[in-house]
Ligand binder design. Structure first.
Ligand code: COA
Length: 189
């Protein structure tokens, strides 16, 4: 129900479980996320049950499905979590599940639409994220969406037997509004 140039962000449904199970246990994708342990259908169903019912301000998180705008293919999920009413800030997370869909512009587009929701619908003031230093594709997608690199935690990620730095990035509402002033929506650009 919120559209970008290439994607539609819509509510997650329990019927997304099969699509999530198809893509989630794929190391090529999971090596970029916080942990890469195999996830059972049972655990995923429990997560999906919570995610489909979550109310942003009550539960402090919102996860939406990312879908191809033209074909309605399920591409992955995008989230805002650890939302603070007091600080008006939230952490951002995204996963395009099938590596065949990496680098096609879906991630950048979904990020912009979720920022638009965060700032223009939920009224947040600041959105931040953490990403592994080796996730260069992610950093490019985030920079194109308006995030700025603000620092790094040294050796904070352990993946494939090695420690890597964890990059912190953020974007303020005012910075986003320069890209998308009131009255303008992401999909129109
Ligand atoms: C990170 C992610 C959301 C980015 O979305 P995406 O649709 O793949 O990325 P986009 O196509 O929008 O943009 C990627 C940019 O990086 C570039 N890129 C693509 N593959 C790359 C690679 N292997 N190395 C470096 N840059 C790469 C692209 O050329 C593009 O930049 P450009 O438009 O200037 O040419 C997506 O790849 C993903 O979900 N990956 C797996 C999980 C993950 O990393 N989640 C985020 C954890 S913080």
């Amino acid at each position: 129900m919120y559209y970008g140039e290439k994607v539609k962000l819509r509510a997650l449904e329990m019927s997304d479980l099969d699509n999530i199970m198809k893509g989630w246990n794929n190391f090529e994708m999971r090596r970029f996320l916080a942990h890469a342990m195999p996830m059972s259908q049972n655990a995923e169903r429990e997560w999906l049950e919570r995610a489909t019912k979550a109310k942003p301000w009550q539960d402090g998180n919102i996860t939406l499905a990312v879908e191809d705008k033209k074909t309605a293919e399920f591409l992955g999920t995008v989230s805002l979590f650890d939302m603070s009413k007091q600080m008006q800030r939230a952490e951002f997370g995204i996963a395009i599940h099938n590596p065949e869909n990496f680098g096609k512009g879906y991630g950048t587009d979904a990020t912009k639409v979720m920022l638009w929701i965060g700032f223009q619908v939920l009224g947040l003031n600041s959105i931040y994220l953490y990403t592994a230093s080796y996730n260069v594709r992610g950093q490019k997608a985030y920079e194109k969406s308006g995030f700025k690199r603000i620092g790094e935690f040294r050796q904070a990620v352990f993946m494939e037997g090695q420690f890597h730095d964890l990059i912190a990035m953020d974007i303020l509402k005012d910075e986003f509004l320069e890209m998308y002033p009131p009255g303008r929506v992401v999909g129109e650009v």
